[in-house]
Design a protein around this ligand. Sequence first.
Ligand SMILES: *Cc1c(COP(=O)(O)O)cnc(C)c1O
Length: 370
Amino acid sequence: MKVQMLELSEQYELLKEDIHNVLEEVIASSHFILGENVKRLEENVAKYSHAFYGIGVASGSDALLLSLLACGVKEGDEVLVPSFTFFATAGAVARCGAKPVFVDIEPITFTLNPEKIEAAITKKTRAIIPVHLYGQTADMDPINEVAKKYHLAVIEDAAQAIGAEYKGKRVGTIGTVACYSFFPTKNLGAYGDGGMVVTNNGELAEKIQVLRVHGSKPKYHHHVLGFNSRLDELQAAILNIKLPHLDNWNKLRLEKATNYTKLINATGLSEVTPPQTIKNRKHVFHQYTIRTKKRDELQTYFKEQGIETMVYYPKPLHLQPVFLGLGYQEGDLPETEKACREALSLPMFPELKGEQQEEIIEKMERFFKK
Ligand SMILES: *Cc1c(COP(=O)(O)O)cnc(C)c1O
């Protein structure tokens, strides 16, 4: 049996007719940029996030970049970020001319360790970007507390966590702004690139709206330097069809995750640690990520057996060649570096079959007991 990390075909079959219909509608309307579909999606996603404003942009990476700029982050500033995340989190900071300051993670959740934040703050610090990695939120209360004390913006990188909750509060308004990605593999995926910022802050929302159209306001008058960064109508139309299914898909992901953990626990393997969900946090399992010291060997074995797995992420950001100039060294962020050696994500998508999961865990057991 072959299993891929993500299989989108079943979801497509379910939505095929609706999607084809709206695509035809948009094309026939000849209105492709910032029209009704984007507006409706912005309202829908804002409402879904319990936020007042949603601003559609070209990608999750741009959502981060425009949020940072709207929050006033500029050259010479510092922004605290985890090093165990997708590159865009820190890339956006560097793109503003600011310096990413890397903070270690909590080993249990793989998210920013709030206890390590205060020591990293300097006079130049302007913002913190907690990443809700794999679909579980960072520990937001203590992060917000420190942010408040030092007057820092909190930009939630919620690219992997649309629908996740922290103490009953949905991702989107726990910080100052939240950034979503609609990259095709995310829990709410488009058929190309896309992203959105949500916030309760009207002033920031307006700044981001202006930044995404070259800083043009009123039209053809430019007071700030912006970008061309829009979510397009075709993607928005697709996402409007998908959004009503998101809660059910997230629920199915949680069921698959629970089943994986049950199967792993039943093997009694001491070499594998399943992911842990913290009380009071709703995990949306963008990824189901285990830890094992034999990660690379296990991944090779899975591959031979036709099972695709992924390493998110093999190299921490503080040791990436592009950030060499920041002066970090191996050993600076021990928990991050350990996670880079041990984390392995198993196939995860709402339509994953129980038999597929059983086979994956049987193979895992065979690998460790051979
Ligand atoms: C996917 C992702 C992004 C970037 O989103 P794009 O839409 O691909 O630009 C940013 N941060 C994290 C944590 C991500 O997983």
